[in-house]
Design a protein around this ligand. Structure first.
Ligand code: ASP
Length: 331
């Protein structure tokens, strides 16, 4: 009798801890990867980045907690990052060679495999919303430049003067890099930015989104990986959701976001194994710097990067959370 009693207690405990551990929503974000070193950071700057990452996560988590969709959480979370001059997206976008801001964004719904993207836009305040509208209100997946801007305006999105995106800090860095390039000192520019978010909602649906100003000094008309479904963004309820940041050309050639999902789907790999393989074994030897944030349908989160740092953070319904900047903090 006593034996049964102990057995029941053990069983009750394990059911309880299983229920506690089960993740019914999760969210992960990034604010760009690159040569982000503690020695180049001031405590104030560090604090400002961590605060903004937390503010974005607060927003996304509040939507997911209330039973909102992963698509809504991704869009609203990215708005916070796009509206901050700290990150290379929306307000903080970097400059092209011609001294302009040209932005790319994409979003994908892992339930329906529907996706939307905009590329090379200069006047849409929140490109991630334009990407979502392309997905929901047009027959297409990707729209570019003036066409995308006209569409966004027709759909009622906020249109701003291109000067809105001109932040003092990015402009100064543009002038500095331009000067160095003219003096042949800086052929290789290692500054990445970009923001991204992947969320899992209580219904088990995964969504992923990415928004960027691209790479500093990019040529007029250059499009990176961020608006390309399968390269910078991918979501599939069967496998995972991924948002990437880094040297876009490498991410396009390696179809990074989809490759991670495909390794899970076809080889049965875990998200961690798939993501680390692509980022460290495939991209790194090629010189493809950058990283990804991702999650799977169980709410497992993987933030993998081969650069010195990546602004990143996550929250889960079971209370696990964190925000980080440098390497080795989460590995
Ligand atoms: N991947 C982006 C691009 O190549 C840049 C970045 O993530 O910083 O446009």
């Amino acid at each position: 009798m006593k034996k049964y009693f102990i057995l029941i207690i053990i069983l009750a405990f394990s059911i309880n801890s299983f229920a506690q551990k089960k993740v019914n929503y999760a969210i992960v974000i990034h604010g760009g990867a690159g040569t982000i070193l503690k020695k180049n950071m001031t405590p104030e700057k560090e604090k400002a980045y961590l605060q903004k990452l937390n503010e974005a996560l607060d927003k996304g988590e509040s939507i997911l907690k209330a039973g909102g969709s992963s698509m809504d959480a991704v869009e609203a979370t990215i708005h916070i990052l796009e509206n901050s001059p700290l990150f290379n997206a929306g307000k903080g976008s970097v400059f092209t060679e011609a001294g302009e801001n040209e932005m790319d964004a994409s979003i994908m719904d892992g339930k329906t495999l529907q996706a939307g993207a905009v590329a090379g836009v200069k006047t849409i305040k929140n490109p991630i919303s334009a990407a979502r509208l392309v997905m929901e209100k047009s027959k297409h997946v990707m729209m570019a430049r003036e066409g995308a801007e006209t569409f966004a305006k027709e759909q009622g999105l906020e249109i701003v003067n291109p000067s809105y995106f001109k932040s003092e800090r990015r402009w100064k860095s543009y002038l500095r890099i331009k000067k160095r390039m003219e003096n042949q000192e800086d052929k290789k520019n290692k500054k990445h930015g970009t923001v991204g978010c992947v969320a899992l909602d209580k219904e088990g649906n995964i969504a992923a989104g990415t928004s960027t100003g691209g790479m500093t000094m990019k040529m007029w008309g250059r499009i990176g990986d961020s608006p390309i479904i399968g390269a910078g963004t991918y979501a599939n309820n069967k496998t995972c959701g991924v948002s990437a940041t880094g040297h876009g050309e490498f991410f396009i050639r390696n179809v990074v976001a989809y490759d991670i999902s495909a390794l899970m789907e076809y080889k049965g790999w875990s998200l961690k194994k798939a993501a680390n393989y692509v980022i460290h074994q495939k991209l790194k030897p090629q010189g493809g710097e950058g990283g990804i944030v991702s999650l799977d349908h169980k709410g497992n989160i993987v933030m993998s990067f081969n650069s010195a740092g990546m602004y990143r953070g996550f929250r889960k319904s079971n209370g696990e959370k964190g925000v980080f900047i440098y390497g080795k903090e989460t590995e």
